[in-house]
Ligand binder design. Structure first.
Ligand code: NAD
Length: 354
Protein backbone atom coordinates (compact mmCIF):
# COMPACT_ATOMS: atom_id res chain seq x y z
CA UNK A 1 0.00 0.00 0.00
CA UNK A 2 1.23 3.55 -0.78
CA UNK A 3 2.30 5.67 2.19
CA UNK A 4 -0.47 8.28 1.92
CA UNK A 5 -3.14 5.57 1.65
CA UNK A 6 -1.65 3.83 4.67
CA UNK A 7 -1.71 7.12 6.64
CA UNK A 8 -5.27 7.88 5.55
CA UNK A 9 -6.44 4.43 6.64
CA UNK A 10 -4.75 4.78 10.02
CA UNK A 11 -6.13 8.30 10.56
CA UNK A 12 -2.66 9.88 10.70
CA UNK A 13 -2.48 13.65 10.74
CA UNK A 14 1.03 14.22 9.33
CA UNK A 15 4.53 12.90 8.88
CA UNK A 16 7.35 15.44 8.80
CA UNK A 17 10.83 14.72 7.42
CA UNK A 18 13.55 16.71 9.12
CA UNK A 19 17.13 16.76 7.86
CA UNK A 20 20.31 18.74 8.48
CA UNK A 21 23.41 17.83 6.48
CA UNK A 22 25.94 19.47 8.82
CA UNK A 23 24.91 17.52 11.95
CA UNK A 24 23.71 14.40 10.12
CA UNK A 25 20.16 14.78 11.46
CA UNK A 26 17.64 12.64 9.65
CA UNK A 27 14.40 12.27 11.55
CA UNK A 28 10.70 11.69 11.11
CA UNK A 29 8.15 13.44 13.29
CA UNK A 30 4.81 11.60 13.14
CA UNK A 31 1.69 13.26 14.56
CA UNK A 32 -1.21 10.86 14.62
CA UNK A 33 -3.95 12.80 16.41
CA UNK A 34 -3.96 16.54 17.12
CA UNK A 35 -7.66 17.34 17.67
CA UNK A 36 -7.91 16.13 21.30
CA UNK A 37 -5.10 18.42 22.48
CA UNK A 38 -1.36 18.34 21.91
CA UNK A 39 0.22 15.23 20.43
CA UNK A 40 2.44 13.60 23.08
CA UNK A 41 5.26 11.21 22.31
CA UNK A 42 8.96 10.78 22.93
CA UNK A 43 12.02 10.91 20.69
CA UNK A 44 13.54 7.56 19.78
CA UNK A 45 17.13 7.41 18.53
CA UNK A 46 17.56 4.06 16.86
CA UNK A 47 19.43 2.16 14.16
CA UNK A 48 17.09 1.48 11.25
CA UNK A 49 17.90 -0.47 8.10
CA UNK A 50 16.07 1.98 5.84
CA UNK A 51 14.44 5.42 5.97
CA UNK A 52 11.06 3.88 5.26
CA UNK A 53 11.43 1.40 8.13
CA UNK A 54 12.06 4.42 10.40
CA UNK A 55 9.04 6.28 8.98
CA UNK A 56 6.76 3.28 9.55
CA UNK A 57 8.05 2.92 13.11
CA UNK A 58 7.27 6.59 13.79
CA UNK A 59 3.77 6.21 12.32
CA UNK A 60 2.94 3.04 14.26
CA UNK A 61 4.34 4.36 17.53
CA UNK A 62 2.43 7.65 17.16
CA UNK A 63 -0.84 5.77 16.68
CA UNK A 64 -0.15 3.61 19.71
CA UNK A 65 0.38 6.83 21.71
CA UNK A 66 -3.10 8.02 20.72
CA UNK A 67 -4.61 4.78 22.02
CA UNK A 68 -2.55 5.14 25.20
CA UNK A 69 -3.75 8.74 25.71
CA UNK A 70 -7.41 7.84 25.16
CA UNK A 71 -7.38 4.90 27.58
CA UNK A 72 -5.36 6.85 30.15
CA UNK A 73 -7.80 9.78 30.09
CA UNK A 74 -5.11 12.17 28.82
CA UNK A 75 -6.45 15.12 26.79
CA UNK A 76 -4.05 14.72 23.92
CA UNK A 77 -3.16 12.58 20.98
CA UNK A 78 -0.24 10.53 19.81
CA UNK A 79 3.03 11.67 18.32
CA UNK A 80 6.50 10.21 17.99
CA UNK A 81 9.88 11.22 16.62
CA UNK A 82 12.44 8.76 15.35
CA UNK A 83 16.00 9.79 14.62
CA UNK A 84 18.17 7.62 12.38
CA UNK A 85 21.08 6.96 14.73
CA UNK A 86 23.44 5.65 12.04
CA UNK A 87 23.36 8.99 10.16
CA UNK A 88 24.35 11.21 13.11
CA UNK A 89 27.65 13.14 12.82
CA UNK A 90 27.33 15.78 15.58
CA UNK A 91 24.70 14.46 17.97
CA UNK A 92 24.25 17.55 20.16
CA UNK A 93 23.92 19.82 17.11
CA UNK A 94 21.45 17.38 15.52
CA UNK A 95 19.23 17.36 18.62
CA UNK A 96 19.35 21.16 18.73
CA UNK A 97 18.16 21.35 15.10
CA UNK A 98 15.41 18.86 15.92
CA UNK A 99 14.43 21.01 18.90
CA UNK A 100 14.10 24.06 16.63
CA UNK A 101 11.77 22.11 14.34
CA UNK A 102 9.66 21.00 17.31
CA UNK A 103 9.60 24.59 18.60
CA UNK A 104 8.38 25.76 15.19
CA UNK A 105 5.35 23.47 15.56
CA UNK A 106 4.22 25.84 18.31
CA UNK A 107 3.26 23.25 20.94
CA UNK A 108 1.12 21.03 18.73
CA UNK A 109 3.67 18.33 19.51
CA UNK A 110 5.13 17.84 23.01
CA UNK A 111 7.91 15.42 23.56
CA UNK A 112 10.31 13.71 25.93
CA UNK A 113 12.81 10.88 25.96
CA UNK A 114 12.20 7.48 24.41
CA UNK A 115 14.56 4.58 23.72
CA UNK A 116 18.09 5.73 22.91
CA UNK A 117 17.48 9.38 23.89
CA UNK A 118 20.03 10.17 26.58
CA UNK A 119 20.23 12.72 29.38
CA UNK A 120 22.75 14.70 27.27
CA UNK A 121 20.18 14.67 24.42
CA UNK A 122 17.52 16.02 26.78
CA UNK A 123 19.86 18.86 27.74
CA UNK A 124 20.57 19.65 24.06
CA UNK A 125 16.84 19.58 23.27
CA UNK A 126 16.07 22.01 26.10
CA UNK A 127 18.40 24.57 24.47
CA UNK A 128 16.13 24.99 21.43
CA UNK A 129 12.58 24.06 22.44
CA UNK A 130 10.20 24.57 25.33
CA UNK A 131 8.18 21.54 24.33
CA UNK A 132 10.30 18.79 25.89
CA UNK A 133 7.64 18.46 28.54
CA UNK A 134 6.94 14.77 29.10
CA UNK A 135 9.43 14.46 31.93
CA UNK A 136 9.56 17.94 33.48
CA UNK A 137 12.26 18.35 36.18
CA UNK A 138 9.63 19.03 38.88
CA UNK A 139 8.21 15.55 38.39
CA UNK A 140 9.58 12.37 39.93
CA UNK A 141 11.56 10.09 37.59
CA UNK A 142 9.28 8.65 34.92
CA UNK A 143 10.12 5.05 35.89
CA UNK A 144 8.52 5.60 39.31
CA UNK A 145 5.26 6.88 37.82
CA UNK A 146 5.20 4.04 35.31
CA UNK A 147 5.85 1.40 37.97
CA UNK A 148 3.16 2.84 40.26
CA UNK A 149 0.56 2.87 37.49
CA UNK A 150 1.52 -0.65 36.45
CA UNK A 151 1.10 -1.84 40.02
CA UNK A 152 -2.53 -0.66 40.06
CA UNK A 153 -3.10 -2.50 36.79
CA UNK A 154 -1.36 -5.63 37.99
CA UNK A 155 -3.49 -5.74 41.16
CA UNK A 156 -6.67 -5.36 39.08
CA UNK A 157 -5.52 -8.23 36.87
CA UNK A 158 -4.90 -10.41 39.92
CA UNK A 159 -8.37 -9.62 41.27
CA UNK A 160 -9.80 -10.92 38.00
CA UNK A 161 -7.96 -14.17 38.76
CA UNK A 162 -9.49 -14.31 42.25
CA UNK A 163 -6.40 -12.99 44.09
CA UNK A 164 -7.11 -10.08 46.40
CA UNK A 165 -3.68 -9.71 47.94
CA UNK A 166 -0.12 -9.58 46.71
CA UNK A 167 1.05 -11.55 49.69
CA UNK A 168 2.75 -14.74 48.51
CA UNK A 169 2.18 -13.91 44.83
CA UNK A 170 5.27 -14.84 42.82
CA UNK A 171 6.27 -12.21 40.23
CA UNK A 172 9.05 -12.67 37.66
CA UNK A 173 10.49 -9.38 36.38
CA UNK A 174 12.59 -9.12 33.22
CA UNK A 175 14.75 -6.02 33.51
CA UNK A 176 15.63 -4.11 36.68
CA UNK A 177 15.98 -0.67 35.09
CA UNK A 178 14.15 2.57 35.83
CA UNK A 179 10.75 0.84 35.85
CA UNK A 180 11.54 -2.77 36.81
CA UNK A 181 13.55 -1.94 39.92
CA UNK A 182 10.83 0.31 41.36
CA UNK A 183 8.17 -2.26 40.52
CA UNK A 184 10.24 -4.97 42.24
CA UNK A 185 10.63 -2.87 45.37
CA UNK A 186 6.95 -1.94 45.55
CA UNK A 187 5.91 -5.56 45.05
CA UNK A 188 8.28 -6.77 47.75
CA UNK A 189 6.96 -4.15 50.16
CA UNK A 190 3.46 -5.53 49.52
CA UNK A 191 4.49 -9.09 50.39
CA UNK A 192 5.03 -10.49 46.89
CA UNK A 193 7.80 -12.97 46.20
CA UNK A 194 9.96 -11.39 43.45
CA UNK A 195 12.40 -13.10 41.12
CA UNK A 196 14.19 -11.07 38.44
CA UNK A 197 16.89 -11.00 35.78
CA UNK A 198 18.93 -8.31 34.08
CA UNK A 199 21.77 -8.41 31.59
CA UNK A 200 23.57 -5.51 33.30
CA UNK A 201 25.71 -6.30 36.35
CA UNK A 202 25.00 -2.83 37.76
CA UNK A 203 21.23 -3.45 37.62
CA UNK A 204 21.72 -6.91 39.17
CA UNK A 205 23.65 -5.37 42.07
CA UNK A 206 20.69 -3.06 42.76
CA UNK A 207 18.43 -6.10 42.75
CA UNK A 208 20.69 -7.94 45.18
CA UNK A 209 20.66 -4.89 47.47
CA UNK A 210 16.86 -5.19 47.59
CA UNK A 211 17.16 -8.88 48.45
CA UNK A 212 15.58 -10.02 45.19
CA UNK A 213 16.26 -13.54 43.89
CA UNK A 214 18.12 -13.27 40.58
CA UNK A 215 18.12 -15.82 37.78
CA UNK A 216 19.92 -16.04 34.45
CA UNK A 217 18.35 -13.66 31.85
CA UNK A 218 17.78 -16.64 29.57
CA UNK A 219 15.56 -18.29 32.21
CA UNK A 220 13.36 -15.41 33.37
CA UNK A 221 10.49 -15.80 30.91
CA UNK A 222 10.07 -19.49 31.76
CA UNK A 223 9.91 -18.95 35.54
CA UNK A 224 7.13 -20.70 37.40
CA UNK A 225 5.19 -17.68 38.68
CA UNK A 226 1.79 -16.03 39.05
CA UNK A 227 2.77 -12.88 37.15
CA UNK A 228 5.39 -12.30 34.49
CA UNK A 229 6.35 -8.62 34.16
CA UNK A 230 8.52 -7.88 31.10
CA UNK A 231 10.22 -4.55 31.89
CA UNK A 232 13.12 -4.56 29.43
CA UNK A 233 12.58 -4.91 25.69
CA UNK A 234 9.68 -5.12 23.26
CA UNK A 235 8.89 -8.22 21.21
CA UNK A 236 9.86 -10.73 23.92
CA UNK A 237 6.62 -12.73 23.69
CA UNK A 238 6.56 -14.62 20.40
CA UNK A 239 5.82 -18.02 18.90
CA UNK A 240 8.90 -19.59 20.52
CA UNK A 241 8.85 -17.96 23.97
CA UNK A 242 5.09 -18.17 24.65
CA UNK A 243 4.93 -22.00 24.85
CA UNK A 244 7.72 -21.86 27.48
CA UNK A 245 5.77 -19.62 29.88
CA UNK A 246 4.70 -20.93 33.28
CA UNK A 247 2.64 -18.00 34.47
CA UNK A 248 -1.02 -17.14 35.03
CA UNK A 249 -0.74 -13.53 33.92
CA UNK A 250 1.53 -11.25 31.89
CA UNK A 251 1.76 -7.66 33.16
CA UNK A 252 4.21 -5.83 30.89
CA UNK A 253 5.71 -2.39 31.30
CA UNK A 254 7.85 -2.76 28.16
CA UNK A 255 6.25 -1.32 25.03
CA UNK A 256 5.13 -3.71 22.27
CA UNK A 257 5.75 -6.82 24.37
CA UNK A 258 3.94 -9.02 21.87
CA UNK A 259 6.02 -9.69 18.76
CA UNK A 260 3.04 -10.16 16.45
CA UNK A 261 -0.73 -9.74 16.17
CA UNK A 262 -1.45 -13.44 16.82
CA UNK A 263 0.42 -13.67 20.10
CA UNK A 264 -2.47 -12.31 22.20
CA UNK A 265 -4.74 -15.15 21.04
CA UNK A 266 -1.90 -17.61 21.64
CA UNK A 267 -1.68 -16.48 25.29
CA UNK A 268 -5.47 -16.76 25.60
CA UNK A 269 -5.38 -20.31 24.30
CA UNK A 270 -2.86 -21.19 27.02
CA UNK A 271 -5.11 -19.64 29.68
CA UNK A 272 -2.63 -16.82 30.40
CA UNK A 273 -4.25 -13.46 31.16
CA UNK A 274 -2.49 -10.73 29.15
CA UNK A 275 -2.72 -7.11 30.34
CA UNK A 276 -2.05 -4.82 27.35
CA UNK A 277 1.21 -2.89 27.82
CA UNK A 278 -0.24 0.38 26.52
CA UNK A 279 -2.83 0.30 29.33
CA UNK A 280 -0.40 -0.74 32.05
CA UNK A 281 2.59 1.51 31.33
CA UNK A 282 0.78 4.86 30.94
CA UNK A 283 1.81 6.21 34.38
CA UNK A 284 4.58 8.53 33.16
CA UNK A 285 2.37 9.82 30.35
CA UNK A 286 -0.44 10.54 32.84
CA UNK A 287 1.90 12.46 35.14
CA UNK A 288 3.88 14.20 32.37
CA UNK A 289 0.93 15.27 30.22
CA UNK A 290 -1.12 16.12 33.31
CA UNK A 291 1.64 18.33 34.65
CA UNK A 292 2.00 19.94 31.22
CA UNK A 293 -1.71 20.77 31.12
CA UNK A 294 -2.22 21.95 34.70
CA UNK A 295 1.12 22.32 36.47
CA UNK A 296 -0.16 19.82 39.05
CA UNK A 297 2.21 17.02 40.02
CA UNK A 298 0.07 14.68 42.16
CA UNK A 299 -1.71 12.23 39.89
CA UNK A 300 -2.37 9.34 42.26
CA UNK A 301 -6.10 9.15 41.52
CA UNK A 302 -5.45 9.03 37.77
CA UNK A 303 -2.78 6.34 38.20
CA UNK A 304 -5.32 4.26 40.13
CA UNK A 305 -7.54 4.63 37.06
CA UNK A 306 -5.19 2.25 35.23
CA UNK A 307 -6.60 -0.47 37.50
CA UNK A 308 -10.17 0.47 36.52
CA UNK A 309 -9.26 0.35 32.83
CA UNK A 310 -7.68 -3.09 33.25
CA UNK A 311 -10.84 -4.33 34.98
CA UNK A 312 -13.05 -2.97 32.18
CA UNK A 313 -10.82 -4.45 29.46
CA UNK A 314 -10.93 -7.88 31.10
CA UNK A 315 -14.72 -7.65 31.55
CA UNK A 316 -15.17 -6.84 27.86
CA UNK A 317 -12.74 -9.54 26.71
CA UNK A 318 -14.66 -12.13 28.74
CA UNK A 319 -18.07 -10.87 27.57
CA UNK A 320 -17.04 -10.79 23.90
CA UNK A 321 -14.83 -13.91 24.01
CA UNK A 322 -11.91 -12.01 22.54
CA UNK A 323 -8.36 -11.24 23.62
CA UNK A 324 -7.71 -8.43 26.08
CA UNK A 325 -5.63 -6.76 23.37
CA UNK A 326 -8.60 -6.64 21.03
CA UNK A 327 -10.92 -5.54 23.85
CA UNK A 328 -8.56 -2.68 24.78
CA UNK A 329 -8.30 -1.49 21.18
CA UNK A 330 -12.09 -1.62 20.78
CA UNK A 331 -12.56 0.32 23.99
CA UNK A 332 -10.18 3.05 22.74
CA UNK A 333 -11.95 3.21 19.35
CA UNK A 334 -15.34 3.49 21.05
CA UNK A 335 -14.14 6.24 23.37
CA UNK A 336 -12.72 8.18 20.41
CA UNK A 337 -15.91 7.70 18.38
CA UNK A 338 -18.01 8.87 21.37
CA UNK A 339 -15.90 12.01 21.66
CA UNK A 340 -16.27 12.74 17.95
CA UNK A 341 -20.06 12.26 18.11
CA UNK A 342 -20.21 14.80 20.95
CA UNK A 343 -18.58 17.35 18.67
CA UNK A 344 -21.84 18.02 16.84
CA UNK A 345 -22.01 21.64 15.58
CA UNK A 346 -24.39 23.76 17.71
CA UNK A 347 -26.92 24.41 14.90
CA UNK A 348 -27.30 20.65 14.36
CA UNK A 349 -27.54 19.92 18.07
CA UNK A 350 -30.49 22.32 18.57
CA UNK A 351 -33.78 20.40 18.73
CA UNK A 352 -36.00 21.08 15.70
CA UNK A 353 -38.50 23.88 16.42
CA UNK A 354 -36.66 25.08 19.55
P1 NAD B 1 15.84 0.98 31.37
O1 NAD B 1 16.76 1.08 30.20
O2 NAD B 1 16.05 1.86 32.55
O3 NAD B 1 15.81 -0.53 31.91
C1 NAD B 1 15.77 -1.65 31.09
C2 NAD B 1 16.58 -2.74 31.80
O4 NAD B 1 16.41 -3.95 31.07
C3 NAD B 1 18.08 -2.44 31.85
O5 NAD B 1 18.54 -2.56 33.18
C4 NAD B 1 18.67 -3.50 30.93
O6 NAD B 1 19.96 -3.92 31.33
C5 NAD B 1 17.67 -4.63 31.06
N1 NAD B 1 17.69 -5.58 29.97
C6 NAD B 1 17.91 -5.37 28.65
N2 NAD B 1 17.82 -6.52 27.98
C7 NAD B 1 17.51 -7.48 28.89
C8 NAD B 1 17.27 -8.87 28.80
N3 NAD B 1 17.33 -9.53 27.64
N4 NAD B 1 16.99 -9.54 29.93
C9 NAD B 1 16.93 -8.90 31.13
N5 NAD B 1 17.15 -7.58 31.26
C10 NAD B 1 17.44 -6.89 30.15
O7 NAD B 1 14.37 1.18 30.77
P2 NAD B 1 13.05 1.55 31.56
O8 NAD B 1 12.87 3.02 31.54
O9 NAD B 1 13.03 0.81 32.86
O10 NAD B 1 11.94 0.96 30.58
C11 NAD B 1 11.73 -0.43 30.52
C12 NAD B 1 10.69 -0.71 29.45
O11 NAD B 1 9.48 -0.04 29.76
C13 NAD B 1 11.09 -0.23 28.05
O12 NAD B 1 10.57 -1.12 27.10
C14 NAD B 1 10.38 1.11 27.94
O13 NAD B 1 10.10 1.44 26.57
C15 NAD B 1 9.10 0.83 28.70
N6 NAD B 1 8.49 2.03 29.25
C16 NAD B 1 9.18 2.80 30.12
C17 NAD B 1 8.57 3.94 30.64
C18 NAD B 1 9.29 4.82 31.63
O14 NAD B 1 8.64 5.64 32.26
N7 NAD B 1 10.60 4.68 31.82
C19 NAD B 1 7.26 4.28 30.29
C20 NAD B 1 6.57 3.45 29.40
C21 NAD B 1 7.20 2.32 28.90
Amino acid sequence: MELFDWMARGGHDRLLAVQDSASGLRAWIALHEVTRGPAYGGIRVWHYRTESEAAMDALRLSKAMTIKCVLAGVRGGGGKTVVLANELKDRAAAVEVLGREIEALGGVYRTGPDAGFTLADQQALARTTRWGVCHAPELRPSGEATAEGALWGLKAGLRALGENSLSGIRVAIQGLGAVGLVLARRLQESGADVVAADTSSEACEKGVALGIDLVDPGDILAQECDVLAPCALGGVLHDLSIPRLHTRMVAPCANNTLAGPNNAAQLDALGVLYLPDFVLNAGALIEGAGHDASGQSDWEKELRGIGDTVTEVIRRARADSCSTLKAARHLASEMLADEKSLEVPAEVAEPVGA
